[in-house]
Design a protein around this ligand. Structure first.
Ligand code: ME8
Length: 522
């Protein structure tokens, strides 16, 4: 990993439709983005992290009408739940954007005007299929047949025939540059999604309908007051609204193009075809990377109101704790693939890996230091076994985990970290400090302090995943707040400074108590 990379880093999630409350998929994406944001901050980069809600469009308008309220009223209420979810899950965003905000309308109109100046917008009539659930236009050839013979979108959602006057964007003009972009290594990951998108563009791109006249819940098209923008035009623009576009702001100069748009696999087309084409048309740079993560399933099944298996992510956080939930989601699923969760799986993993392995290691070590050494640390000469352990732990924490996280392979990074935890536990069993207490108290001190040093590395490394619990442990270890970055892992002098400062270990409080399965889930 390049130690010296302290360039700015801009990461975004998709902005969610607030037509209902947040579900586990929303929590998953917000947590994954937060892990990346925290990781990059710990590497020393200046991070900007944006998330929010996508509030315009027919889906919102219809949902509000069903409930006999205005779209704005529905958006205000539901957007609040998304914001609360971020707070409850310790998501460290710099801006929570709502597309109803004035600066966003201004930015959307500005990008529109730039596309118009480029000659990429023209007025025509749209006749074709539209899925309100996906807020997407589909070509006849893309549709599939439902069980009752009805036409469905490739995502399995209902489509309706739509005829209206519309502005069109010359998407066809961008076929060649889009193919070049999609073929650029690293632009779109995982690779399976790249191949799908390349195939889609290779079939030929049709111009895209980018405004609607049959409803008015959206951003007004400049100069065409009876048109509102197609919701994806304004939604995608949120990524630059948040940096102050169209003004020539310091944020725009520093953070655009984005380093990473983190989104789900169902909306890759919008982010890697439409969005780059809009940006090219507006003469703005395209994002550096788009990653389409997989879907999270409830015991292998998609959550839906009709199946009655919709989980409120805040209930999971309440039942198991925020950090165990975050840990589970990042550890269980190979990032990019679909994954499954259940209360049993969360409890099993959290107990085996966090409570019994890591938490117990910290608890045992710190309580033995508090009890048998009066909490006092002192300088010591490590023996061969001690050096071996510290070098294994140091390598996992300062190299293996960061390299994997840089590549967005969170489960691989956590596995490397966990192997280091297991190595510590094996070392405790082999060294048996409780026996040394009677037979060789000096050696016991060396063993306990070796473990103390290992714990500090383990706690620093795992901060992006379990920020609250890692901070608790680092507090108990006396590690100063400004010495918790990844660069500090390479600082050979920290222990001596801690000893010199006279730090004493107090009676520890357990960081990861064992979890029980709630009655209802058992
Ligand atoms: O698509 N597992 O909003 P959205 C994992 N407003 N991720 C999931 C998921 C699941 N079960 N279900 C959804 C939209 N997601 C648009 C985005 S961006 C300019 C506009 C992901 O509320 C989904 O893939 O339907 C998307 O990335 C995010 O949640 C918001 O989905």
């Amino acid at each position: 990993m390049a130690e010296t990379d302290n360039s700015p880093f801009y990461i975004t999630t998709a902005i969610s439709y607030p037509n209902g409350r947040p579900h586990i998929g929303h929590a998953y994406e917000a947590i994954a983005a937060d892990v990346i944001a925290r990781f990059q901050r710990l590497r020393g980069r200046e991070v900007r992290f944006q998330t929010g809600t996508d509030e315009h469009g027919l889906k919102m308008a219809r949902k509000a009408a069903e409930q006999g309220r205005t779209a704005r009223d529905l958006a205000d209420e539901m957007s609040g739940y998304f914001r609360e979810m971020c707070d409850a899950l310790d998501v460290s965003h710099d801006r929570f954007i709502r597309t109803v905000e004035d600066d966003h309308h201004r930015a959307s109109q500005a990008i529109w005007e730039r596309m118009a100046e480029e000659g990429d917008l023209y007025l025509d009539r749209y006749e074709g299929w539209y899925s309100v659930r996906d807020e997407a236009y589909y070509d006849e050839s893309e549709l599939v047949e439902g069980e009752g013979g009805e036409k469905l979108s490739p995502q399995g959602t209902p489509v309706e025939w739509t005829v209206e006057e519309s502005w069109f964007f010359r998407l066809s003009k961008y076929e060649k540059p889009l193919l070049d972009l999609l073929r650029t290594p690293g632009f779109l990951e995982p690779a399976s999604r790249r191949n799908e998108m390349i195939a889609f563009v290779e079939q030929g791109l049709r111009d895209l309908s980018v405004s609607r006249t049959s409803f008015d819940w959206g951003v007004k098209v400049p100069g065409s007051d009876n048109h509102v923008m197609y919701v994806w035009v304004d939604a995608l623009t949120n990524y630059i609204t948040g940096l102050g576009f169209p003004d020539d702001t310091q944020e725009m100069r520093k953070f655009w193009p984005a380093d990473l748009h983190l989104i789900g696999k169902d909306i890759v087309r919008f982010h890697t075809i439409y969005w780059p084409a809009f940006l090219m048309s507006a003469n703005l740079p395209v994002p550096k990377k788009v990653f389409g993560h997989g879907f999270l399933l409830n015991r292998g099944q998609k959550e839906s109101k009709s199946v009655g298996n919709v989980t409120n992510p805040l209930d999971l956080a309440e039942a198991f704790g925020v950090d165990p939930l975050r840990y589970f989601l990042m550890r269980e699923v190979a990032f990019g693939q679909d994954g499954s969760y259940s209360p049993e799986a969360i409890v099993t993993r959290a107990n085996a890996e966090l409570a019994n392995s890591f938490g117990n290691l910290a608890q045992r070590t710190l309580s033995m230091i508090a009890k048998n050494m009066d909490g006092h640390l002192e300088a010591f000469d490590p023996a061969e076994a001690d050096r071996k352990l510290l070098s294994q732990v140091g390598d996992a924490c300062s190299r293996e985990l960061p390299e994997a996280f840089e590549a967005l392979s969170f489960s691989t990074g956590i596995e490397a970290w966990l192997r280091a935890v297991y190595a510590c536990n094996q070392y405790v069993d082999e060294q048996a400090p409780w026996t040394l207490r009677k037979t060789d108290p000096d050696r016991m001190k060396v063993v306990l302090q070796t473990l103390f040093m290992a714990l500090r590395d383990l706690a620093i490394a795992v901060q992006p995943v379990v920020p609250g619990k890692a901070a608790d442990l680092l507090d108990q270890l006396g590690v100063p707040g400004d010495e918790r970055g990844y660069a500090n892992l390479k600082d050979a002098d920290w222990y001596r400074r801690l000893v010199m400062a006279g730090f004493t270990v107090g009676k520890p409080t357990p960081i990861f108590p064992r979890l029980e399965l709630p009655e209802a889930a058992a």
